[in-house]
Design a protein around this ligand. Structure first.
Ligand code: B1M
Length: 213
């Protein structure tokens, strides 16, 4: 019974059916399943399938956005229960598009995928000053930051952000991942980031690896 509800929940999320995800999440709660189980074996399980399919180009941005909307419909019911039960997120990540850059579609996808994987995401928006990243990490006790840049002229602000963490004496306390269309692994190495991910699903894999160390 429990396994069947969770399977239906994960299937509905994969299909992006927000009303069904909401109903099935409520059904799972009413049947006594723990919030953690609903999150991990229903919602996150479904979102992981979407992430893998996205990486293999079997689904595209619209499907990911629709699945994320369905995920949010379930999360709205589960979040208060997780909080009440004191269940901790897998980690806290502050994400933003760097200073000077207003592109946010890729960054939003990364945020959704990370949330879908069980991380608490603090979305700092676009045009994010290095100092704002530093403040947010201190305030939210974040484990990692995710920097996005779409312009060759703003990529350099990733290094400025990393330098701001060095100056604040926080560089060793926070993992820094970078991504965006003009980036490469070489660039990431040059500026001293902890890792580069070419797409949103890979950003989840990368962060899991980095935070497991
Ligand atoms: Co602009 N733009 N844009 N733009 N724009 C590009 C990036 C450009 C390549 C277009 C072109 O000339 N062919 C070009 C950059 C050239 C360059 O630097 N080499 C460009 C330019 C020049 C500009 C302006 C300067 C134009 C002008 O005003 N003269 C201006 C800059 C404004 C600014 O930022 N200060 C500008 C403005 C805009 C709009 C506002 C109109 C709009 C943005 C709307 C928005 O984001 N809300 C826009 C758009 C839409 C684009 C294109 C068409 C699409 C970008 C996009 O959203 N792609 C883009 C051309 C293109 O890419 N074909 C272009 C889809 C998105 C899912 O992909 O963001 O790459 P992407 O994210 C991917 C990966 O990169 C990765 O995951 C995602 C997929 O899973 N990823 C990460 C991204 N961030 C990550 C972080 C990670 C890990 C992975 O870890 C933290």
């Amino acid at each position: 019974m429990a396994a069947a509800i969770l399977e239906q929940l994960s299937e509905a999320l994969i299909k992006g059916q927000a009303p069904a995800v909401k109903d099935l999440t409520q059904k799972a709660i009413d049947s006594g399943l723990s919030a953690e189980m609903i999150l991990n074996d229903g919602l996150v399980a479904g979102m992981s399938v979407i992430g893998e399919r996205f990486k293999r180009n079997e689904v595209y941005i619209p499907e990911v956005l629709i699945a994320a909307r369905a995920m949010n419909a379930g999360m709205a019911l589960v979040k208060p229960l997780l909080k009440a039960a004191g269940i901790k997120a897998r980690g806290v990540v502050c994400c933003a598009t760097v200073k000077g850059d207003l592109h946010d579609i890729g960054k939003n996808l990364v945020c959704m995928m990370l949330e879908g994987a069980g991380y608490e995401v603090i979305d700092l928006g676009v045009n994010c000053e290095p100092e704002k990243f530093v403040k947010a990490v201190q305030e939210h006790k974040a484990d990692a930051i995710g920097l996005s840049a779409l312009l060759t002229t703003t990529m350099t602000n990733m290094k400025a952000t990393i330098d701001a963490f060095k100056e604040a004496g926080l560089r060793s306390k926070v993992k820094i991942i970078v991504g965006g269309a003009p980036l490469t692994q070489n660039f990431s190495d040059e500026i001293g980031a902890d890792g580069y991910a070419p797409d949103a699903a890979s950003a989840v894999d990368l962060l899991k690896k980095l935070l497991a160390k």
